[in-house]
Design a protein around this ligand. Structure first.
Ligand code: FAD
Length: 317
């Protein structure tokens, strides 16, 4: 079922979770171990992230180094199929522009359609580690909107070859990302929001936000979207804070602020266990307030912390 259908039929705030594929070589059991403790909350769907390959240097037999491309977390499409089969629940694969030609993307979409996947979250992706700027592949999509256009075309039976309207019409529900604190590359909020608006005008069915720790930023973002005429559902993305290290890594990697009240409490903590306690309480307070605000779904980035997310979700159910 489509994410938008879940939302339309819901009588209360829905819950969804986001997971990463395991590192190459691990079995699907690691995914089930991660998700099992969360399934009692009857999530509407599970998102599975997509990871581009990284450039690495590998030592050859002659001692010289060669540049190789290694995808450390493959398996998004297969994991979605396994989750749907194992839990009888919808899975939402992320699709990214980075590292993929348009043809490879088309093939992934054909696979997803054969597997009965109804949803995709379309994203641009970031530059590989050690590279400063995002570069599309030759014949790849440059921005999320280009990838979105490709999916929307397939939803109208238009495939790459000859652009003929002769293909099977897919029927994907398309999600896109939004940034309550602005995407880090955008020169200002207004420009970023106008790019978001274009994604919606071109067929995005809903928006999921980057994580944030100050609900007011989300409320302001929703207000701006509505003022601009963006009417699709806006789903808040929530992440538990569980270590002191995240006080620097989250702002650096995700370009989000940690509110002073939260950082003050965390800096007082002696152990990461204490940080986890503070982070969980903050997540509960955020979730309760967002639920009262009337968000359609609370989307949790579980990323290795299912137990913390579990503690938060059980208090708001
Ligand atoms: P875009 O919408 O393409 O925007 C990127 C930047 O370009 C923005 O600054 C925007 O303002 C600007 N822009 C957009 N369109 C245009 C245009 N036509 N012309 C000029 N500028 C433009 N990354 C992964 O690799 N895998 C994942 O699974 C993944 N999942 C994510 C899930 C969520 C909910 C979120 C919020 C992010 C996720 N990311 C993931 C990270 C994401 O790929 C990065 O944040 C990336 O830098 C931007 O992606 P986007 O889809 O927002 O890009």
């Amino acid at each position: 079922m489509k994410v938008t259908e879940h939302i339309a039929q819901a009588k209360d705030t829905l819950i969804s979770f986001e997971i990463l594929p395991p590192l190459k070589g691990k079995s699907i059991e690691s995914i089930y171990e991660h998700l099992d403790p969360l399934m009692e909350f009857k999530p509407a769907y599970i998102n599975v992230t997509y990871h581009r390959s990284e450039h690495m240097f590998k030592k050859k037999a002659d001692g010289a180094f060669e540049k190789v491309e290694i995808r450390k977390r493959p398996g998004t499409v297969g994991i979605c199929a396994a989750i749907m089969n194992h839990y009888n629940i919808d899975a939402v694969p992320h699709l990214i522009c980075g590292g993929f030609s348009r043809e490879e993307t088309e093939n992934a979409l054909i696979d997803l359609n054969f597997l009965g996947v109804d949803n995709v979250l379309v994203l641009r992706g970031d530059a590989p580690k050690n590279e400063t700027f995002f570069e599309p592949e030759p014949n790849g999509n440059s921005y999320a909107i280009d990838l979105l256009d490709q999916v929307a075309h397939m939803n109208n039976g238009i495939y790459l070859e000859d652009d003929l309207q002769s293909g099977v019409k897919t029927n994907f529900c398309i999600g896109v990302a939004g940034y309550p604190e602005k995407h880090f590359e955008a020169p200002n909020m207004q420009t970023d929001m106008s790019h978001l608006k274009r994604k919606v005008e071109n067929g995005a069915d809903y928006i999921v936000t980057q994580m944030f720790f100050d609900n007011q930023k989300f409320f302001d973002f929703v207000g701006k979207c509505r003022e601009m005429g963006i009417t699709v559902p806006i789903i808040p993305g929530l992440k538990p804070l569980t270590s002191k290290k995240q006080m620097t890594t989250l702002p650096r990697i995700f370009h989000v602020d940690i509110p002073t009240d939260l950082s003050t409490e965390i800096l007082k903590c002696k152990t990461d266990k204490d940080v986890e306690q503070v982070g969980t309480e903050w997540l509960i307070a955020q979730s309760k307030e967002l639920k009262a605000f009337g968000v359609p779904v609370l989307h949790y980035y579980t990323l290795g912390k299912p137990k913390v997310v579990r503690k938060a979700v059980e208090t708001i159910m």
